[in-house]
Write a protein that binds this ligand. Sequence first.
Ligand code: CMC
Length: 426
Amino acid sequence: MTDKKVTLTLDSNESAVDLNVLKGTLGQDVVDVRGLGSHGVFTFDPGFTSTASCESKITYIDGEEGILLHRGFPIAELATKSDYLEVCYILLNGEVPTAEQYQQFKTQVTRHTMIHEQITRLFHGFRRDSHPMAVMCGVTGALAAFYHDSMDVNNPRHREIAAFRLLSKMPTVAAMCYKYSIGQPFVYPRNDLSYAGNFLHMMFATPCEEYKINPVLERAMDRILILHADHEQNASTSTVRTAGSSGANPFACIAAGIASLWGPAHGGANEATLHMLEEISSVEHIPEFVRRAKDKNDSFRLMGFGHRVYKNYDPRATVMRETCHEVLEELGMKDDLLEVAMQLEHIALNDPYFIERKLYPNVDFYSGLILKAMGIPTSMFTVIFAMARTVGWISHWIEMHEEGMKIARPRQLYTGYTERKFESKR
Ligand code: CMC
């Protein structure tokens, strides 16, 4: 808390209400409005544009400066000097692991990558042409039916077991979604591989052909996972917290997060970006799409541009851009869509509409191009985002339980009918 107070005068007859101002270690001060309801008013903030929904120690974003810190560590340093499992450890535990702690953590994760064999039958209940996000959402929720031995959310050990299960099994579920959609047999995980390497193996190996993991692609996949690992109180993380605030089981909470992530304004933007680049298809069509994005009578938006918090270049996009060039070079690919993406970025960044609104490329602008170059179909992009974000969701879910929580129960500004008499029209 600070010494500062905000004084609110409701009307001239009422005495003033003093509201405390809370101070974090970084970022804006926060006016504590918790007591306001007892004075007969609520605050109104649809979309939470000015509302902190919780206190957290996990991730900090300075949107004006384009800064993203996980437990205090800058994202660019984590993406270039660490690996995904180390970042997972940091997000979950708050500190950098020692060599021994890292090894133990890795062993725990890699020893739980298999999923109950009966789950394979669950997959067969889905239509082959289902979107993999629909399948992932369903299967993740269904894990609660298989791993119900440790679902006491008030027990720290149970929460830890659930965390390891989710972290370990998510790549297996994600790869199974892909294999099912193309009619290939599921490939079992291999515990001797890295987290990213094992995922690529389960995606691309077949019983008749060995899949050799390209270390550049393995590193690129690891980077994509790091860059998507957490992003403080975004829509899906807030969904996980809201679902968890009722005491719901962890698998149900993560399934809720996956459902929220799927939307094109959030994690679905990577898939939407690639569709958009394909639709633009060549540099000369860019001005027409930019014109449409600026037209208020057209619902079209430039996908992969803009962010609720970043009013500067998304720091994740900077690393993603570099990785994109590395991957295309390694694969010896010249992608016309990369050319379209770079030109689009250039044109948008110099257009007054985008400058005035501070619309910059976000993480999803380049990730789709990398995944496409790796041979991953567009429909799997958001699945990979969900797999990477699972650690962020769990970290917030655990933090919320450790700190103690109230059930999330927003109020509303009611604008419907006043009370009226019911008369049946049947
Ligand atoms: N293209 C064209 N105009 C845009 C765009 C865009 N991509 N994004 C925002 N604007 C305009 C918007 O029309 C509005 O203009 P005006 O003030 O004249 O009405 C202004 O910029 C502010 O937009 P907003 O919708 O009020 O901003 P928001 O904070 O509610 O939305 C957003 C943020 C990310 C949903 C939005 O920028 C967007 O739809 N971007 C495209 C989808 C996308 O790339 N999403 C991925 C986000 S990063 C990954 C993740 O976190 O999941």
